[in-house]
Design a protein around this ligand. Structure first.
Ligand SMILES: NC(=O)c1ccc[n+]([C@@H]2O[C@H](COP(=O)([O-])OP(=O)(O)OC[C@H]3O[C@@H](n4cnc5c(N)ncnc54)[C@H](OP(=O)(O)O)[C@@H]3O)[C@@H](O)[C@H]2O)c1
Length: 336
């Protein structure tokens, strides 16, 4: 027998831990071509919220099914294999499910080996040395192209991606302003992670004004994890030639209707600014090279890993809902 977390209800508005249920079910048996994976870590990724909505997704990745295990990225080890490509003991990361054991089918197109030979814990490959770190790096380096003395504004600054993006911006010599949802996070970003200032968007009053006060010369780079009104406030404060990296739009993930875009896009014209979307996994061929840079920064203490580690598969619903209620800090990982 093993445990799994299923989607019990389609979340309505802000997701709750009670939208999920814990089940104990028999261990699956394998058909030809399949692999049994013993999961060690579950990566908590806000983007999976979208596939919990009725009718979301497409024919390649359709909406999650009610009563079925919740899909997500996991890191695990091959327990048994009926596929010659995988041997017992091999470690891998894949889009599987919130289960103690998962079956990897031959048609799964999101399977990656855990990189070998790195002197660090495997779980870092789900966070700062994985998609999280890659997103922060690609957004900040490829799109941000910061020069020393420029101003970077980072939303969800205490989240997994934002806290790495902010630190990379600091390494590049920028003045780094974060946006976060509580004062405790804000203090920690300043005292431990090198941010110059952090705006609490829940208590600052008008966010456009609050950004203007902290960034009187405007912002040269905005790393957007949120979309919606926060993006609009950033666009109101662009400096000439500013860059915006669109990484995520978490403010819309619990909406069932498409959200209207910012009404002030004309500012991009007058400020000769650019706004560029990023989709990290399309750059998978660069992961090793980027990982080396991130690892060197970690090793030289220029970059600090920020992580919240939850214990036991039972904690996955609370860990995931914490992201939408802003009670997480850094990368959220469930250890099984
Ligand atoms: N494009 C890509 O390839 C790629 C890859 C990975 C992730 N992403 C995206 O990047 C974004 C950040 O991911 P992450 O893993 O860093 O997130 P995270 O660690 O899960 O943190 C998300 C943070 O967003 C804030 N938040 C949540 N709901 C909000 C709302 N409605 N309005 C404003 N703030 C809200 C919360 O902090 P506070 O409210 O306390 O500030 C929360 O801690 C997500 O949108 C994700 O989908 C994109």
């Amino acid at each position: 027998m093993h445990k799994q977390i299923v989607l019990a209800k389609r979340p309505k508005g802000k997701l709750l831990a009670s939208d999920f249920e814990l089940e104990t079910v028999p261990l699956p048996t394998l058909s030809d071509g399949e692999v049994l994976v013993r999961n060690s870590y579950l990566s908590m990724d806000a983007g999976f919220r979208y596939w919990m909505n009725e009718g979301s997704g497409n024919n390649i990745l359709p909406a999650m099914t009610l009563g079925e295990p919740v899909q997500g990225v996991v890191l695990g080890q091959v327990e048994a294999s009926r596929n010659p490509r995988f041997q017992p003991g091999q470690k891998l990361m894949a889009r599987l499910a919130w289960q103690e054991y998962s079956v990897l089918t031959p048609d799964n197109d999101a399977v990656y080996p855990v990189p070998g030979g790195w002197p660090c814990a495997d779980k870092l490959f789900l966070g700062v040395l994985g998609e999280t770190g890659m997103s922060a790096y690609i957004g900040t380096e490829d799109i941000g192209k910061l020069q020393p003395g420029q101003t970077a504004l980072i939303s969800a600054a205490a989240g997994a991606v934002g806290i790495v993006a902010g630190q990379i911006s600091k390494i590049r010599g920028a003045k780094v302003i974060g946006i976060a949802g509580n004062d405790k996070k804000a203090q920690k970003l300043i005292s431990e992670f090198g941010f110059d200032a952090v705006i609490n968007y829940k208590t600052c009053g008008d966010l456009t004004t609050a950004i203007a006060e902290v960034c009187p010369d405007g912002i040269d780079f905005y790393f957007d994890n949120i979309g919606g009104d926060m993006l609009k406030s950033a666009i109101d404060n662009l400096a000439q030639g500013a860059r915006i990296a669109l990484c995520g739009a978490i403010s819309g993930y619990d909406q069932t209707q498409a959200q209207p875009g910012p009404s002030n896009l004309f500012n991009l014209i007058t400020k000769q600014a650019t706004m560029t979307g990023l989709m990290t996994h399309f750059d998978a061929q660069r992961y090793n090279q980027i990982r080396s840079q991130l690892f060197n920064w970690l090793d030289s203490n220029q970059l600090k890993n920020a992580e919240t580690l939850y214990q036991g598969i039972e904690s996955a619903p609370a860990a995931f809902s914490a992201i939408f209620h802003g009670s997480n800090f850094g990368k959220s990982i469930v250890e099984i």
